[in-house]
Unconditional design. Structure first.
Length: 318
């Protein structure tokens, strides 16, 4: 028996979530007295994964997998799980992971727990702690099936170094036609993505128009952060839909989330509630976001943000 971990990558480079799920897989393997096998797709160097406990890495190289397709990826994971005799499969809980994991679970006839935040509290019965009710509570979930699929919530378990002398080999998976074809893929280049960001600077309609986004991008650049926006902003076409965060957009679990000119609708709060520290800047002291924030500034963003940028630049310079 082994623990199979899927380490996600983009253009051959591992995402931060890959190191977190490998760290998690190593911990589960220790609890089960098993070994960790990590599956990668179209990567050439697995040495980074050894640092986090990847004892064995198997890589599938196929141009048909250059663009993510849930059915094709799920087929590869299922084949790898069978070949490696894996009873536990670990995937991240990114947007792609949440799409992928249930298909893998059905294929393997496995129980599936998403948004898991900690190592199993028990392996008999197999019990994991999960986020529930839009990150407002936790539940202890028992997976009673022989095979198990676990989706690890971003930035919850953490990245832990556990160096091993790992090995790598190729894996020949059968790639089947999923019936889904991608016509075009648009990617943001030269910027930190929301999925990988430790800090996210987000803004809403309080900025009054797209022409005022320069200070948001400047603040993000100073902090090494990703930029994001509320749903109304993306609906108005002020910012790309790929920057929309919240329950109906991209979920955010950053270390620091700064909300500027966002009132804090319940759908937005539900999508960013997993962030560890939340800061809000708003002119309305009664804005719902203040109740969810760790720190709040009541003030005009057009006055507060430039001063914040100035102070941060001075701090970094010193």
């Amino acid at each position: 028996m082994s623990v199979l971990v899927f380490a996600d990558s983009s253009e051959g480079k591992f995402k931060k979530s890959a190191f977190e799920v490998v760290s998690y897989g190593k911990k589960v393997a220790e609890q089960l007295g098993s070994n960790v096998v990590v599956l990668t797709i179209n990567t050439s160097d697995a040495s980074e994964l050894y640092t986090y406990g990847a004892e064995k890495v198997i890589n599938v190289s196929n141009d048909a997998l250059n663009i993510f397709n849930a059915k094709s990826y799920a087929s590869v994971l299922s084949q790898a799980a069978t070949a490696q005799n894996a009873d536990v499969v670990i995937i991240d809980s990114s947007i792609d992971g949440l799409y992928l994991a249930p298909i893998v679970a059905v294929s393997l006839e496995a129980g599936y727990a998403s948004n898991v935040v900690d190592a199993p509290s028990s392996t008999s019965p197999f019990t994991v702690k999960r986020k529930a009710f839009s990150n407002k509570a936790f539940s202890n979930t028992v997976i009673s099936t022989t095979k198990k699929v676990i989706g690890v919530a971003k930035n919850s378990f953490g990245v832990h170094e556990n160096p091993v002398a790992g090995t790598s080999e190729g894996f020949d998976a059968t790639i089947t036609d999923s019936g889904v074809k991608s016509e075009k893929v648009e990617k943001v280049t030269g910027k930190i993505t929301i999925a990988d960001a430790d800090i996210v600077v987000s803004a809403g309609r309080g900025l009054k128009g797209p022409e005022n986004w320069g200070m948001i991008e400047e603040l993000a650049e100073v902090l090494g952060a990703a930029t994001a926006c509320s749903k109304p902003v993306s609906d108005l076409g002020w910012r790309p839909h790929g920057e929309h965060v919240g329950q109906t957009g991209k979920p955010v679990a950053s270390n620091l989330y700064i909300a500027i000119g966002i009132s804090g609708a319940i759908q937005h709060l539900a999508g960013i509630n997993a962030s560890k520290v939340k800061v809000v800047i708003n002119t309305d002291p009664e804005a719902p976001f203040f109740k969810a924030a760790d720190y709040g500034i009541v003030g005009d963003a057009f006055e507060v943000v430039p001063k914040l940028i100035e102070k941060l630049k001075a701090f970094k310079a010193s």
